[in-house]
Ligand binder design. Sequence first.
Ligand SMILES: CC(C)(COP(=O)(O)OP(=O)(O)OC[C@H]1O[C@@H](n2cnc3c(N)ncnc32)[C@H](O)[C@@H]1OP(=O)(O)O)[C@@H](O)C(=O)NCCC(=O)NCCS
Length: 418
Amino acid sequence: MSVLAPTQIDDILAQVKKKAFEETANEPEPKLTGEVKWPVTAEIGRGLENAVTNETKVGYVNGAKGWLNYRGYDVFNLSQFSTFEETSYALLFGAMPTAQQLKEFNEKLAANRKIPAKIIEIMKMYPITETHPMISLSIGVSLLSTFDRTTETLTVEAETEVAIKLIAQMATLAAAVARIRSGKEPIEPDKDLSHAANFLYMLNGKKPDKGAERVMDICLVLHADHGMNASTFATMVTNSTLSDMYSSIVTGIGTLKGPLHGGANEQVVYQLEEIGNLDNVEPWYRASREAKKKVMGFGHRVYKSYDPRARILGPLVDIFTADPEIKRLYDIANKLNELVCAELGKEKKIFPNVDFYSGLVYKAMGIEIPMFSVIFAVSRISGWGGRVLEYLKDNRLFRPRAVYTGPMLAEYVPIEKR
Ligand SMILES: CC(C)(COP(=O)(O)OP(=O)(O)OC[C@H]1O[C@@H](n2cnc3c(N)ncnc32)[C@H](O)[C@@H]1OP(=O)(O)O)[C@@H](O)C(=O)NCCC(=O)NCCS
């Protein structure tokens, strides 16, 4: 794997940011910002479209312009200048850390990265190769809770400690799952490596070069938070019952796994492999339109513009195109992207989302496809944690209503007479 130097990667990010800001400057200004006076009035569509759950300062998705921020910092800047550790701190604690705060946070992550050996033993006892790695990750998080007595007191302080532990440990769990699945022994974290470098080290058994570390770090930053998406909402619903952080994160992992959400990154690569070659892109696309099938990696409930994360991840795949297999899939992806944007983009404002290019970056880094959504979760734990903690400070149970369309007062007929 040959990767550019981090400075060259920074140049790519700067160009992407410039282009994105120029192209979207005239799009409408943001909605759903500022003070809220409850109750709010909204026209709610199926799937809770337009429903408002809470007020937040964690982050904001500007769907019209295709901009995304965490704590007010846009992801173009965060991916260029920040790190996953610093971004996670901001998501959890509300502001960027000072140098001392970041040092202490990094020390805490390093102290917590290791997972109990018993968990590794258990992972070797069930049919892990036949189990989706997201299920293994959620088993791992549930098992971690059995080693942690903090779950018995549900306070913001205790839950914050759990969130930090999970940011540290989910990467270790994920790497262990990947290695056991491929018949290898898990590798213990190295206290001198960054989170991204540790993750790659624990996956591959060798310390990554600076370029690979930087690419993984950018991927982790880009996936760390994303408004009130399905898994974040699910995580918050569980925590709003005053359950516990581990159970809440398990809910989030289960929700993220689906192909309409985080699981789409896996499906995109299967889709590109199914298309197979450049000549087949147009016939494949026409057939999928004819069959009214969704093109994976496109469309979004909130973005009605190019997802900023796809803007960044696309050029990152380009870094790896010395590998002919990645080049083949990248060319197919770009042609498909052109077709979809020209047609569905114009008709229905459907553009590539985060999952369209992320899988190709992971594939280029030698990671097996079923692990892709696990990497998403390894990053999203920071956003889940930040939002759960924010809501817990002024918690109110989530409890919507459904409109009943069944019969009222049906007559009970004994079973033998039905
Ligand atoms: C993300 C997603 C679930 C959002 O769904 P949603 O807000 O409920 O939007 P809908 O599924 O109602 O789609 C609205 C319209 O756009 C079309 N559409 C949405 N995504 C599409 C896609 N990926 N390919 C083709 N058409 C798409 C729908 O068919 C629908 O058309 P219609 O109004 O003519 O019936 C949806 O775009 C999707 O399934 N995308 C593919 C999976 C994916 O990439 N998920 C990752 C999201 S980050």
